[in-house]
Ligand binder design. Sequence first.
Ligand code: NAD
Ligand code: UFG
Length: 337
Amino acid sequence: MKILVTGGAGYIGSHTTLALLEAGFEVVVLDNLCNSSKIALTRVEQLTTSTLTFVEGDINDRALLDNVFAEHRIGAVMHFAGLKAVGESVVQPLMYYRNNVAGTLILCEAMAAAKVFKLVFSSSATVYGETNEMPLHEQLPTGSATNPYGQSKVMVERCLSDLGAADPRWSIALLRYFNPVGAHSSGLIGENPNGRPNNLLPYISQVAAGKLEELAVYGNDYPTTDGTGVRDYIHVVDLADGHLRALQAIESSHGVAAWNLGTGVGYSVLQIIEAFEKASGCKIPYRLFPRRDGDIAECRADSSKALRELGWQSTRGLAEMMMDTWRWTRQNPTGYS
Ligand code: NAD
Ligand code: UFG
């Protein structure tokens, strides 16, 4: 089967493209490279014996999408393309809603016109917003996301749920990622943020590589083990595997379903620093700062639904996540450039 992977040159998309090729799927990647490099795809090909088709372009370009569907017999779409910087979304909400929400609607219209009704969508644990219940399970209400990025995921989930309810031909997986980290064990592909990183692991990596001086730890007064924020970090290769399982599930079913993809285990910022230092042998200097706006104390998945229904669970632990992150950074100190 041929899979269209939007955003396939990006961090999670490139690891999933590799997993798809390794599983014997044909892959067409559509990416406008606004936050990625084509080199990631060359590296993906280097890691397999297969080749992929790359189309440089935008999911908002309906004519281009129609051409892609006309040229290739696409069986399903994995939709990673989107903007993901929380802070930027607060400053430029329209850009986020246009790209992430309108772009997804255009993609769905083009899919329907081409009679392709299978879709795996990159959602996020951010759709749960702030809640007292932990771990987070799929039945919890969504919709209280505190920033336009999070809201764009809530809105797309809503649109896709309505679409599935209106037309039984659709089969849609909403995959709610927790905190993806790590890199392929080859060190050839990994996360390559533009500019100063927002997320914890890319920031720590750049401190370790000597590109940034010290880490700011945002808040040590949360009701957690050591006062710093707790998250459910998941290895990106496990996450990629979850996409293949979801694809398998929607091949034989109809409707819309959400699955959490996390490990169920939470680590604090200080525990992550310690684990990274152990894996890399580098000291990570850090300083305590007040809480970051919009952050929550803890975010941890109940992924039992994914185990039950997809037969998926994460297999890579914290040490492996840290070692793989560090190998990628060490081997590619300037990312793909
Ligand atoms: P990424 O930025 O590395 O990858 C996104 C890719 O989409 C990039 O290659 C970018 O160039 C491309 N893209 C963006 N807008 C496009 C458009 N209009 N047309 C075509 N291509 C476009 O991000 P990622 O971390 O790989 O995230 C992939 C998806 O997973 C995103 O939808 C993101 O919101 C979601 N997600 C990510 C995280 C995370 O922490 N990384 C967590 C939850 C959900
Ligand atoms: N943190 C720091 N210093 C930093 C960066 C982060 O102390 O420089 C802390 C944060 O306060 C938080 C933890 O590290 O406690 C993790 O922060 P990240 O920015 O790495 O991740 P978030 O949990 O804030 O958000 C990420 C993605 C969102 C996604 C969410 C859930 O950025 O897009 O996970 O999947 F929605």
